[in-house]
Design a protein around this ligand. Structure first.
Ligand SMILES: O=C(O)COP(=O)(O)O
Ligand SMILES: [Mg+2]
Length: 224
């Protein structure tokens, strides 16, 4: 992919890359951990389609929506959260796969000398071992999870803070993500935004999201 109108989009000096749905397909990890949590609470299971529509706004949101989906009372939230975190940390990465083209893309960006940060709404304590397990840690100078800043994506704050950590201006720091969450945060922070077509976009078609470009694999990302 080459951007058609580089006049209003500056070539990147650094990249901010989302994790779930962009680098790694973690849908089955979420399904397994949530269903183990639901077993503990003697509640019915959810499926992959529910996860694909709901993931991306952090663990608290995912667990709260899951309880709602199975008609459980919200007074079980604290216990559910505790169980979910324990199960997720135990199975983290076991049912997850790096997307085709993601490793190849990261390798090329690293060869070009681009600093990269991974910015996810996943808790940092889940993101770090997952990236390490999949051999992707070495590409990132910074990894920030959903608990790293006072507000999560789609708020621009995590992107602004990540640009500061990378030492690059937002206009030169491209956000690569898979959802309207990433795109809204990037727009508000002043970062160009590229979306992958294969991730989780809250159950909505990705191409309806306001973005600068869409790619089918990370290694399709080129600029002039
Ligand atoms: O909500 C999550 O846990 C993960 O979301 P993200 O990696 O797509 O930001
Ligand atoms: Mg994502």
């Amino acid at each position: 992919m080459t951007l058609a109108a580089p006049t209003d989009i500056q070539a990147p000096l650094a990249l901010i890359i989302d994790l779930d749905g962009t680098l790694i397909d973690t849908q089955a990890d979420f399904v397994v951990a949530l269903n183990l949590m639901l077993d503990d609470l003697r509640l019915p299971h959810i499926d992959g389609a529910f996860v694909a529509q709901t993931v991306g706004k952090g663990s608290e949101h995912l667990v709260a929506q899951t309880l709602k989906q199975v008609d459980a009372g919200t007074n079980r939230f604290e216990l559910a959260m505790q169980r979910y975190q324990r199960h997720y940390s135990e199975i983290n990465g076991r049912h997850a796969e790096v997307y085709p083209g993601a490793l190849e893309g990261l390798q090329r960006f690293a060869e070009l000398g681009l600093p990269m940060a991974c910015l996810t709404n996943k808790p940092t304590d889940f993101a770090l071992p997952l990236l390490a397990d999949k051999g992707l840690s070495r590409f990132f100078s910074h990894v920030f999870g959903g608990d790293a800043f006072p507000r999560k994506k789609p708020d621009p704050l995590p992107l602004i803070k990540t640009c500061q950590a990378l030492g690059t201006a937002p206009a030169h720091t491209w956000m690569v993500g898979d959802s309207s969450n990433d795109a809204q945060a990037a727009r508000a922070a002043g970062c160009p935004v590229v979306l992958v077509s294969y991730g989780y976009n809250h159950g909505r078609p990705i191409r309806e999201v306001d973005a600068d470009a869409f790619i089918d694999r990370l290694d399709e990302l080129h600029w002039s």
